[in-house]
Design a protein around this ligand. Sequence first.
Ligand SMILES: [Zn+2]
Length: 67
Amino acid sequence: MGKCKNITRLLSDALDRPLTIGEWVAIRLHLPTCSGCRNYRKQIRLLRVAARTVSGIASPEADGSDD
Ligand SMILES: [Zn+2]
């Protein structure tokens, strides 16, 4: 199946913008059948958490200078 390319792309798109119902359905139908894409989803979730943590640390520096 050549779907993995689409699915992984949708998974990363989902971090930036809302997906359509059809796109979510495609993901939800595919993930249970594909451990590779499930691992990919885990990884980008971790990256997202890490990115938020970094921006949370960097934020006060840019935020506090105004007041
Ligand atoms: Zn897959």
